[in-house]
Design a protein around this ligand. Structure first.
Ligand code: ATP
Length: 234
């Protein structure tokens, strides 16, 4: 599907033409542990943009998230368990297999040449997107693919305009709840308004260490895995 929108542009001959139907989106994260915030975002983006699949990529050694980090093998396994019932979801161990820090830029450089993944999108929560300047080689990163940014409470999806990497006044509405902005690299960022879920992995870890319930914040199968492996007990 190609969306053509005159959007907010003053020049009526200037159209946004973005094709994303049938594409693959990569969803990187620490997933420490995976929860319904991650899963619901992946499903809503997949459906809204009519994507072919979403590939979850748990990081091995996240450069920015060290607090309470458990072994990548457990985080990878929990992502596998949580996604196994969805035919559109896949899991890649590409970062878990690579030694050293898990830089997204290196993952994208590695994956972009693989024929099965031609020009994938990369999904990010708005909190992460607004911190991209802290990532390794951000200027290179935003050249490598188009991004999908989703809202995450307390931010509204249109807070994407605060990023130093988006071109000012380039916002266009493609359809209800889906916007596009130009990145300064010439790439695009698609902004998808998802059901806001106030869930974070750090809150789940804290609840476990305080012996509080984590029910309905993540799949029961993941909770069972956490209990049986005695994870996050502090
Ligand atoms: P932590 O609380 O440990 O910092 P987290 O819940 O943010 O972890 P990550 O694995 O670091 O989880 O997140 C991976 C990606 O998923 C990031 O781009 C993040 O913005 C996004 N994300 C996580 N939780 C949500 C949520 N509830 N809503 C929208 N996006 C989310």
């Amino acid at each position: 599907m190609i969306f053509r929108s005159e959007g907010t542009s003053t020049n009526s001959s200037e159209y946004t033409s973005i094709q994303f139907e049938g594409k693959t989106a990569l969803f990187g994260g620490t997933f420490n542990p995976i929860h319904y915030g991650h899963l619901r975002v992946a499903e809503e983006v997949r459906e809204e943009l009519q994507l072919n699949k979403v590939v979850f990529i748990p990081s091995s050694v996240p450069p920015l998230k060290k607090r309470g980090l458990i072994d990548a093998k457990h985080r990878l396994e929990m992502v596998r368990i949580a996604t196994s019932g969805n035919p559109y979801f896949e899991v890649s161990d590409v970062e878990c297999r690579r030694p050293g820090k898990s830089y997204t830029v290196e993952t994208l450089e590695y994956l972009k040449d693989r024929a099965s993944l031609s020009d994938p999108l990369f999904i990010l929560g708005l909190d992460a997107f607004l911190e991209i300047s802290l990532w390794y080689k951000p200027e290179r990163l935003i050249e490598l693919c188009d991004f999908v940014v989703v809202n995450r409470p307390p931010n509204d999806i249109l807070d994407v305009k605060k990023s130093e990497y988006v071109k000012k006044n380039s916002l266009k509405m493609l359809k209800d709840g889906v916007y596009a902005m130009d990145l300064i690299s010439g790439r695009k960022v698609l902004c998808v308004k998802c059901t806001p879920l106030w869930i974070s992995a750090s809150e789940i870890r804290e609840r476990i260490s305080n012996k509080r319930s984590i029910k309905y914040l993540l799949p029961e199968s993941v909770e069972t895995y956490i209990i049986s492996h005695n994870l996050y007990r502090g």
